[in-house]
Design a binder for this molecule. Structure first.
Ligand SMILES: [Zn+2]
Length: 180
């Protein structure tokens, strides 16, 4: 599968309030450089965890696939594409399952949009069907301090964890980040 890298550890995320350790892996850099840095539109993709590993550890990332709908302030990740990826992961006995999404914000505003929050809530419900209680959905927003020049050489990552909350139903929290 050309749009998927299974080997390098991409992100290691610990549940709030613990520190999140983030490393912007080659897959995300490559995807941003061939998309957002060129046309100024959002790019993104999926994040994966080991099916039997810790729920708070992300081990790999994909791009969005060729059919994603991209604009300056949104990316429509296509369900058929993640279905394809997950089928491939099962077929190859990768032990990986989708556990979140990442996307770039070309204007470098690190705050999630209402659309992001809705999408992460929907993502949580899908993960819950698989793991039940304790499910989490990871959202990562990627920005650059040099957005005005369109320079994405040093992307910055902002992590959010969406989970079920007894009071507010679904809660989304910004995670603290330590760059590694
Ligand atoms: Zn967004």
């Amino acid at each position: 599968m050309s749009n998927f890298i299974a080997a390098p550890v991409l992100l290691r995320v610990a549940f709030h309030p613990a520190v999140v350790r983030l490393y912007c892996g080659p897959r995300i850099r490559e995807e941003i450089h061939s998309t957002t840095a060129v046309d100024g539109l959002e790019s993104g993709g999926y994040l994966f965890s080991a099916a039997t590993g810790p729920l708070d550890e992300l081990v790999s990332a994909s791009g969005a696939g060729d059919r994603a709908r991209r604009s300056v302030d949104a990316i429509g990740l296509e369900h058929a594409y993640i279905d394809e990826l997950e089928r491939e992961l099962r077929r190859s006995n990768s032990g990986l399952v989708a556990s979140g999404t990442w996307h770039s914000h070309p204007d470098s505003d690190p705050r999630p949009s209402d659309t992001d929050l809705q999408a992460w809530g929907a993502g949580l419900e899908i993960v819950e069907q698989r793991v039940g209680d304790g499910a989490r959905f990871f959202g990562v927003i990627v920005t650059t301090p040099e957005w005005a020049r369109g320079d994405w050489s040093y992307p910055e990552m902002h992590a959010f964890i969406t989970r079920r909350d007894p009071i507010s139903d679904i809660a989304c929290e910004r995670a603290e980040i330590e760059e590694v």
